[in-house]
Write a protein that binds this ligand. Sequence first.
Ligand code: KIV
Length: 263
Amino acid sequence: MNILKLPERKRKQDKIVMITCYDYTSARIVEQSDVDMILVGDSAAMVMHGHNTTLPISVEMMAWHVASVRNGAPTKFIVGDLPFLSYRKSLSETMNAVGQLMQAGAESVKLEGINGNEETIRHIVDSGVPVMGHIGLTPQSVNQLGGFHVQGGNAADRDRLKTEALTCQAAGCFALVLECVPETLAAEISAALTIPTIGIGAGAQTDGQVLVMHDLLGLNQDFRPKFVRRYLDGNRQWLDAFNQYASDVRDGSFPASEERYAG
Ligand code: KIV
């Protein structure tokens, strides 16, 4: 996968599959899979570090996650998420953040929203770094949006999101994440753009899909919006394994004779 292959995938309606990933061990498994791209998302703040929002994670922490994923998935295309405010302070700080993620092993970066970001996107792209856009529910703006909920609910919002999508494309984004928007709006935006759209909670008409790894593995019991499909009952299976281990230790069946060093 590279950014030159994406427009053809869109033309052929060959869906693009992206998953989030944050660590070496999981990345090794994604590396063996048919998934096209990895997003080292700032959702790491929530699913890896236990925060309620994506805001607390730093550029340095994101760079560690990108490097770990790169070590586990040497051939996958990696998108590194620029964290909260890291691209809003100055061009110099933005490029420092971009540099850290790219030098950690990403092949592109993602940033949220377009208002005030157009020039930044152009500069990053002109510097040789592909940029993925992200509109709709932009979790870094959760306090401005008043929570995590579906966007594009009225005609004005729909028009605004269509304009934002076109502006992301014009600024040079190679792809666009559409998060939590009605399917009809996602379909209209996808048809209007030449760059691929990657949906999460945006219906089936986008050019690709992304899910947070912990959601699709069923590792997160507290969080289940309707767009999440669980492919594993991970919470139950991990819990069963931990409890079986505890029971085996307590009843003396672990370690067995073949699990001990003789002599
Ligand atoms: O950080 C993340 O996981 C994301 C996806 C939800 C698109 O931005």
